[in-house]
Design a protein around this ligand. Structure first.
Ligand code: SF4
Length: 208
């Protein structure tokens, strides 16, 4: 797929998502927060869902968590425009509650299509929700982080959600830097791409 094809397919997908009413989260949203960054990115981040600032601005990770994520990217030699950032759900859960299993189930098609189009070499999952969705695990992020998981010809490197680092302080920040360095090292080694479609992620009991 050419860069232009990617851009056009993402544009069409975003257009579709912007009118989505497939789950209850559409009722309270200001905007659908589809994703942001380079459609040619080698590195894609997946968070949980939009917060208040993201909902208002229509962009992912623009609040304090986003500022921290930008700082962490700089520490490993990257900038936001070089990566792509999306969330498991595209509309803000009310009161910033966790997304519910049926909401994730309703929204996951957009994320899978984003992964197919961008086709990043490495996916960094930020926190429990995206990690469990992609890796089909019940294990929490504290035990999952810091390792590379093969994933349909790509690689997944789980790390904490930046909000956890804001809550828990410098130790978690440094662990996130270490995880991002690991993700960058995978890109630099350029593993042989294996043609494969991203799978339909597991979507039921692990979130209940
Ligand atoms: Fe549609 Fe996803 Fe928004 Fe639910 S969260 S309304 S599935 S775009």
């Amino acid at each position: 797929m050419t860069s232009e094809d990617r851009a056009e397919r993402l544009r069409l997908l975003q257009e579709e998502a912007s009118a989505c009413t497939s789950c209850r989260l559409h009722e309270g949203r200001t905007t659908v927060v589809f994703g942001d960054g380079s459609h040619d990115a080698d590195l894609m981040f997946i968070g949980e869902g939009p917060g208040q600032h993201e909902d208002e601005q229509g962009l992912p990770f623009v609040g304090r968590s986003g500022q921290l994520l930008s700082t962490l990217l700089e520490r490993v030699g990257l900038s936001r425009p070089e990566v792509y950032i999306a969330n498991v759900v595209k509309c803000r859960p009310p009161g910033n509650r966790d997304p519910r299993p049926d909401e994730i189930d309703a929204c996951k098609g957009y994320l899978i299509e984003q992964l197919r189009i961008i086709d990043p070499a490495v996916v960094v999952t930020l926190g429990n929700f995206s990690t469990k969705l992609l890796l089909k695990t019940e294990t929490g992020i504290t035990r999952m982080r810091g390792q590379i998981y093969p994933w349909w010809g790509r690689h997944v490197v789980p790390t904490f959600h930046p909000a956890a680092a804001l809550r828990n302080g410098p130790r978690v920040v440094e662990e996130m830097v270490s995880d991002l360095q690991l993700a960058v090292s995978v890109i630099e080694q350029r593993p042989e791409p294996v043609p494969a479609e991203p799978p339909e992620p597991q979507q039921t009991a692990m979130f209940s």
